[in-house]
Design a protein. Structure first.
Ligand SMILES: Cc1ncc(COP(=O)(O)O)c(C=O)c1O
Length: 435
């Protein structure tokens, strides 16, 4: 019966046709790139009747970790959770002196790259970013790194564009016995240092598998580490804070991975089950096994997906160059090769139109646009009066708040769709002097 169900699922999904009608079909800014294989994998896992994390999740963790040049992965329910427990892990290992509690981050960020810094009691030092590459301002970074109360660095590779100087910052912070967390949520498969995968030069690297990202498990995220010790701490934070590190087959074992499951764990002379011994004030941030089964299918497609993102970026970039007098177009720093998350455009001061004018025109022609997340986080109500000692000017981050928007480069877009998008953009510019 199962085979029959799975073959019907395959047949049904294969019959789905995505017909594009210019002006009627919404040009999605992003979306999942999935076919019958993901559906079959999910239903297959559901029909196994095993919902909690198991062997598929373990395999997914180790395969994803490799794509970040790390050894161990901890699968979680979102990229935001990944950032939270990556920092919890670093806090446990590195925070010794409460006065050394500052973390350098960028003002133009996704909120949950920065929120854990505040939530876990660290003090953020915000630096500005460059327009075009959206990389941190190097001068401000180097200045902030002189501060002896800095213990860490935590930033995202913005929209897939690698932060070029990550290795330099990593070497400096390691020499001061601090840590660097790379948020790679938008940058899976991007490279820096002439071909090294992002994730290589850090203590922890994180990913998101929400549908807009390079691979998706619906929702989900990953934290990846080089060391087993860090992985065990992180997994404990994910799993209620428990001390037991059993996973996969060990969960079914009567002696556990530690081989002394029942022991005097609470040091009170009474034998107790290690599975119910809590070493940390933890969370439950677990995803489901069926999501991992989807992720394994997505990984098989990753090379192709990366290639298509780069191709779509180039198609859009070649076209957009004719409007460069009005726009700051995206640019990859030297020695980096982005797997682009999106196509960010910043409107120059001399443009005779506002961001709203062009975004509204595109959206009214069914072409989705998005802001570059928050832009400057400090422009937003939640953060506005919150940071008392902001040292650096954050002018570019605020330009992003008000003047940057993004178009899609996800693999679901093709030449036919881009031809329509280009005709709409050309129509928009007919109102203004010819370029
Ligand atoms: C850079 C970055 N970090 C973190 C996140 C959070 O990921 P999630 O939506 O899976 O919580 C996102 C989400 O898009 C992101 O772009």
């Amino acid at each position: 019966m199962k085979e029959e169900i799975l073959s019907l699922v395959k047949e049904m999904i294969e019959k789905k046709k995505n017909l594009f009608i210019p002006g009627q079909t919404i040009v999605q800014y992003s979306g999942p790139t999935i076919d019958h294989n993901e559906y079959v994998a999910i239903i297959d896992t559901v029909l196994d009747g095993w919902f909690g994390l198991g062997t598929k999740a373990s395999l997914f963790e180790s395969e994803v970790a490799k794509r970040l040049d790390k050894n161990y992965g901890v699968y979680v329910n979102s990229g935001s959770s990944a950032n939270l427990i990556a920092l919890e892990t670093m806090k446990e290992i590195y925070l010794k002196d409460p006065k050394r509690n500052k973390i350098i981050t960028t003002a133009a960020s996704f909120p949950t790259t920065v929120n854990p810094i505040i939530q876990l009691g660290f003090e953020p030092i915000f630096v500005d970013v460059e327009l075009g590459s959206y990389n941190p301002n190097d001068e401000q970074m180097m200045d902030a790194l002189q501060d002896d109360s800095v213990i860490g660095i935590m930033y995202a590779h913005p929209l897939g564009i690698p932060v070029k100087n990550t290795k330099k910052y990593y070497d400096i912070i390691k020499s001061k016995n601090g840590f660097l967390i790379e948020d790679c949520c938008d940058a899976l498969d991007s490279t820096y240092e002439n071909g090294s995968l992002v994730g290589k030069y850090s203590d922890a690297a994180t990913l998101s598998f929400y549908a807009a990202h390079h691979i998706t498990t619906g929702e989900g995220g990953m934290v990846a580490f080089s060391s087993k010790k860090e992985e065990i701490i992180c997994r404990s934070f994910r799993d209620w804070g428990r001390g037991c590190w059993c996973s996969g087959k060990d969960v079914l074992s009567d002696v556990g991975a530690c081989h002394k499951r029942f022991d005097d764990w609470l040091c009170n002379g009474i034998k107790t089950d290690h599975r119910y011994v809590y070493e940390r004030v933890g969370y439950n941030l677990k995803p489901l096994e069926l999501q991992a089964s989807m992720g394994l299918e997505q990984l098989k497609k990753l090379d192709q997906l990366t290639e298509k993102r780069k191709l779509n970026f180039n198609t859009l970039h070649t076209f957009m160059k004719k409007y460069e007098t009005y726009f700051i177009l995206p640019s990859a720093p030297e020695e980096t090769d982005p797997s682009w998350f999106s196509y960010p455009i910043t409107i120059r001061d001399n443009a005779p139109f506002s961001r709203f004018d062009i975004v509204n025109f595109l959206e009214s022609h069914k072409i989705q646009t998005r802001n570059f997340f928050a832009g400057n986080l400090l422009d937003h109500p939640a953060y506005k009066n919150f940071i008392p000692n902001q040292k650096y000017n954050l002018d570019n981050a605020s330009i992003i708040t008000n003047k940057t928007f993004m178009l899609g480069v996800w693999p679901g877009l093709n030449e036919e769709i881009y031809t329509y998008v280009f005709s709409v953009i050309d129509d928009f510019f007919k109102q203004y002097s010819p370029v």
